[in-house]
Design a protein around this ligand. Structure first.
Ligand SMILES: [Zn+2]
Length: 226
């Protein structure tokens, strides 16, 4: 058992060196030599419960990942625009040549809760980096009022937070298309956009339909073939 937070952190690294690194070394050595060529850009929330590689069954070199508060994709012309996500999108599309961009949201998102409480409205002179960042989620708040995204075959969730978490994914997928490199890729048929939602309580992933209005559960392969 570790004695302190620092010991706990280093204990994990030591554990990795001892048990995991030997198995990963050949693949990482290959990637170190050849460079990365991931096929997917994965944009998701910074929430500690969300494990991108685990829920997508991917390993080193497969997922180019951007994480931020609320899995937000700021519009290129948004006030106080954000170049971080835009730069990652441009790099992934133009340099790495990814074929898919996935926006992945999740249940119980703290950023969505803050939006519901109006934190973004305190983004003026008394604003903080967090409240200013949350302004990039305002479009999701608008959208959830007139066309909330729901689970397929179900009424919109009675829970305002769940409605917003789901709807935010669809909005951020739409926001991607405002980025020139994405628009070009989608129009050329070389780039596909996807929305994913992960529910922690049931460890279930849901995929956004092409019309951006509903999510369906992703079934295990055997079950979906039946
Ligand atoms: Zn979140």
């Amino acid at each position: 058992m570790q004695q302190s937070t620092d010991d706990h952190f280093l204990g994990g690294v030591r554990e990795f060196q001892q048990h995991t690194a030997p198995g990963l070394r050949p693949e990482l050595a290959r990637l170190a030599q050849e460079g990365q060529s991931p096929s997917q850009l994965f944009i998701t929330c910074a929430d500690s419960r969300l494990l991108p590689n685990v829920i997508t069954g991917t390993g080193p070199g497969e997922l180019f990942t951007v994480r931020n508060i609320g899995n937000l994709v700021a519009l290129p012309d948004a006030p106080g625009r954000d170049d971080s996500v835009a730069a990652a999108v441009e790099y992934a599309v133009e340099i790495l040549g990814v074929r898919t961009i996935t926006v992945c949201g999740h249940s119980g998102c703290g950023a969505m809760q803050s939006l519901l409480r109006g934190a973004h409205r305190r983004a003026g002179r008394a604003g903080t980096p967090l409240t200013r960042w949350l302004r990039h989620g305002q479009d999701s708040l608008q959208r959830v009022r007139h066309s909330p995204v729901r689970l397929r075959g179900a009424a919109p969730s009675a829970d305002p937070l769940e409605r917003l978490c789901l709807t935010n994914v669809a909005q951020q997928v739409d926001n991607l298309t405002a980025h020139p490199s994405v628009r070009r890729g989608v129009e050329a048929g070389t780039l596909r956009l996807a929305g994913l939602y992960f529910d922690f309580a049931t460890a279930q992933a849901y995929l956004l339909a092409g019309d951006g209005r509903t999510f369906s559960p992703v079934r295990p392969r055997l079950e979906s073939a039946a």
